[in-house]
Design a protein around this ligand. Structure first.
Ligand code: ATP
Ligand code: MG
Length: 436
């Protein structure tokens, strides 16, 4: 039979890498919770109209990256979510979550974009994200940036290894419109130097031309009118407050007036955290303020601010700067031999688990030598061994696998009832020795 392979650009996550993901997920969730964010889970599939309205018609995502389809059973137009802000906003409006005040929400999950697969760019990828809805103050923008800074620290990134924060302000609508007109005038005068994409965007979304990565247009773009010179007093005060909070907290950042972000809903603060350790796909996190999105999606007006972190890129960065050794999946590998040894081994493994240990039991008949090899390869701290004698006596032998000198490995014979306590002590001794 032909074998069926997975969809291009959509990855399987396998052991032992999956253990790194679990550990990162745990640490990220802990940091979000430490700032009062509550988890929200929304479906992977939403009405296509949600993303067209939420993200904007003239964006890379809506123009060419969405997995959209018609539900063959009822004709609904559906899309695999390419990002989650629009969906979180939809859920908040639908369930009236903002009726008694603002909300801090976080999520984790797969997103789908039909892009050209390459390192750091996949068709199914994952994001951690947060949305603070109903908050208009610059302190919330700043708090999110401090939270991300703390996250880098929690994940063990030294200051030099952390992604760098780039910041910009997109001002308010009237400021953006004035800037837009200046851009149209500027780029219209140099129309022959624009590539096809940018010529089209000149009519539909000239701001996005600034986002172009075409090196032939770099010089033209760098001379374009800057949004920062169109900002009014209120927008400048908002930006100053964010910058000041960062400075006070000692979080380094750079202003980047070319940073416009690929989605339409942003205003005032926008930011990206960028690393130079991952080649072309260096943006690990992006976000900003979207004060009009809730109203635009049919809710009562509510200012908001959020960001998303690309999990694949984050983990690639962690592995690049400090290879993460996955923690052992189990504490004990249970080897057993003799006539019909499995039922008693099953029972012994259960006894160890009841005493709080993670146990992998050897399955099938094999020589003790090959079982001990398996025990070593499993990454477990200990091997527990049950042969005929131990089985009859209701005991097992526990052997340290990761002692300072394996040839002098410690081993003890213990009763099932004592096994958990002794095993934990032996693990602790090995941890102390290995510095883990
Ligand atoms: P890029 O400019 O790299 O295409 P983006 O602006 O489209 O990024 P956002 O929509 O801001 O990305 O998503 C937030 C984060 O999600 C990105 O900074 C990145 O880390 C991650 N991300 C986005 N698209 C992909 C993808 N196709 N594969 C893997 N990660 C992605
Ligand atoms: Mg993109």
């Amino acid at each position: 039979m032909d074998k069926i392979v997975g969809v291009k650009g959509m990855n399987d996550l396998l052991p032992p890498q999956s253990a790194i993901w679990e550990s990162v997920e745990q640490q990220v969730a802990d940091v979000f919770r430490a700032y009062g964010y509550a988890a929200i889970r929304t479906p992977i599939v939403e009405p296509t109209a949600l993303f067209i309205r939420g993200i904007g018609e003239v964006t890379d995502i809506v123009e060419k990256e969405m997995y959209s389809f018609t539900d063959a059973l009822n004709g609904e137009q559906l899309t695999l979510r390419p990002e989650n802000t629009a969906a979180v906003v939809r859920a908040c409006i639908e369930h009236n979550l903002l009726y008694d005040g603002p909300r801090r929400l976080w999520y984790l999950g797969p997103m789908f974009r039909h892009e050209r697969p390459q390192k750091g760019r996949y068709r199914q990828f994952h994001q951690f994200g947060v949305e603070a809805l109903g908050y208009g103050q610059p302190a919330v923008d700043a708090e999110q940036l401090l939270m991300i800074w703390r996250l880098w620290e929690t994940l063990g990134l030294s200051v030099a290894d952390r992604p760098q924060l780039q910041l910009n302000s997109l001002g308010d609508l009237s400021e953006r419109l004035a800037h837009r007109q200046a851009l149209v005038d500027y780029f219209s005068a140099a129309k022959d130097r624009l590539d096809a994409d940018s010529q089209r965007r000149l009519q539909t979304n000239p701001l996005r031309i600034l986002d172009s990565k075409n090196p032939d247009m770099a010089e033209l773009i760098s001379g374009a009118p800057k949004l920062s010179s169109f900002l009014g007093q209120a927008s400048r005060a908002h930006q100053d407050a964010v910058c000041q909070a960062l400075t006070v907290a000692g979080v380094p950042f750079q202003m980047n007036d070319r940073l416009v972000r690929g989605l339409d809903y942003y205003n005032l603060t926008v930011f990206e955290w960028v690393t130079d350790r991952l080649g072309a796909q260096g943006t690990v996190c992006g976000g900003g303020r979207y004060d009009s999105l809730v109203e635009q999606m049919g809710g009562k007006p509510a200012p908001a601010c959020g960001f998303a972190i690309g999990v694949e890129r984050l983990i690639a960065l962690l592995e690049e700067v400090a290879p993460v050794a996955p923690a052992p999946g189990v504490d004990v590998y249970l080897a057993h031999f003799g006539e019909n040894s499995e039922p008693a081994a099953l029972h012994a493994a259960e006894a160890l688990r009841s005493q709080g240990l993670r146990v992998a039991m050897h399955s099938g008949a094999a020589s003790i030598k090959s079982q001990m090899k398996k025990a070593d390869g499993s990454g477990a701290w200990l091997a527990a061994i049950q042969g005929d004698d131990e089985r009859q006596a209701g005991t097992m032998v526990i052997k340290a696998l990761r002692g300072p000198d394996p040839s002098k490995a410690v081993q003890q014979t213990v009763s099932l009832a004592q096994a958990g306590m002794v095993a934990k002590q032996m693990i602790q001794e090995q941890r102390t020795h290995s510095g883990a």
